[in-house]
Design a protein around this ligand. Sequence first.
Ligand code: IMP
Length: 430
Amino acid sequence: MIGVVGGAQWGDEGKGKLTGFFTKEAAIVVRFNGGANSGHTLVFGAETTITHLLPSGAVHPHAQCFLGNDMVIDPLIFDKEVKDMQAKGTLRCKRLGISPLASLVMPYCLELERLREKARGKAAIGTTMRGIGPTYEMKVRRLGIRVGDLLHLEKLSDYVSTIVAEINPEICHWGGQAYNNGRIFEFLEQARAIMQPFILDQPLSQIVCTAAAAGQNILIEGAQGMELDVTHGTYPYVTSSSTIAGAACSGVGIGPRMIDWVIGIIKAYCTRVGNGPFLTKITDQELAKKIREAGGEYGATTGRPRDVGWLCRAQLRHAVRVGGLTGLVVTKGDIFKGIKPKICTHYLLGGREIHDLDELNMWDYPAAVPVYEELEEFTEDISSCRDLASLPKPAQALFQRIGDFAGVPLVIISVGKDNDQNIILQNPWH
Ligand code: IMP
């Protein structure tokens, strides 16, 4: 069976914990997109590990873990992550491999991002500064360097010369220091030394299709969230990869008909980091702070405090449709203990009702007025509840409402940060 799990908001939905749940029954775990811009908090027994590049299966002894075709990998961050986990004894997976088709984040990609974000001033995207955008840009410009190229460095000289010729004018324009072939090859040799032991000697697509044909479970995990998708998200304040489940096919090398289920993960509220529109942002600073503190809403990659806002039905409907979700996981509803939850049911735009977020674009956002529904508050700690019936009535009503709005079944309600603090309603592997 093949399942896809991904964030269905703007990232930071608590994917690490839940992907860990789905990993338990997967022989193979593949991450399909993004790079070290993400931060997944993995809880394994009493230990907590944050990974930026390695799939959540990395801490599980039974899993084979692969970094997929459409990932962008910074070799130095990969090296640090692997070595830190090895030193702590937390890198337990059976096998760790990188697709030769994945892209390398090159030093000039990091530099270009830094120079451009600075030059944009107030119009900056507020990226994570991990070189993500420029690396994807070089890939579609057909001047990217892929992980598999590290095994053919002696043939790369002309290609690298073309890169140098094309990037230097922009780097110098922004006041950066020009690159030459020598500087780039020095980096590539370092990258080869780090990555060679992990580069798959067989196409990832072949490995996954063979395992699927043999009846093994394969989990494909996405990074970021569907509203950060480069096409379907709140453009241009998005990441540079496709984050929706459809992109998992390319990131792994399988056809869409091989996917059996797609689970989207959402929080019972929303958060955003970086710049860009956030229509349901909570403007009451005290309340936003209360939710931020209770939910630990600080970036796992950058440490930036996240903006906090109310759950939005139009956003949820968009993610369910575009992501092709078959089920939903809701996290952090427990945070609403002592807080009256609100859900944005729709927007008003010049007298018109907007029920789906993708009916709005960047030029509409400032004029769109959110309309809210208020729900009842609960005062009990719900982290020990393991079924719906034991939840206080207002909490039951909150989750019921989220399920109604999504129009797909809730499969898990996470009621705390520990791995066992869940109400499991369905297990998609069964
Ligand atoms: P980039 O992916 O570093 O290019 O950043 C583009 C936008 O996506 C910025 O607003 C980032 O804050 C946001 N972003 C990227 N990765 C994540 C993530 O894993 N969680 C939440 N936001 C993210």
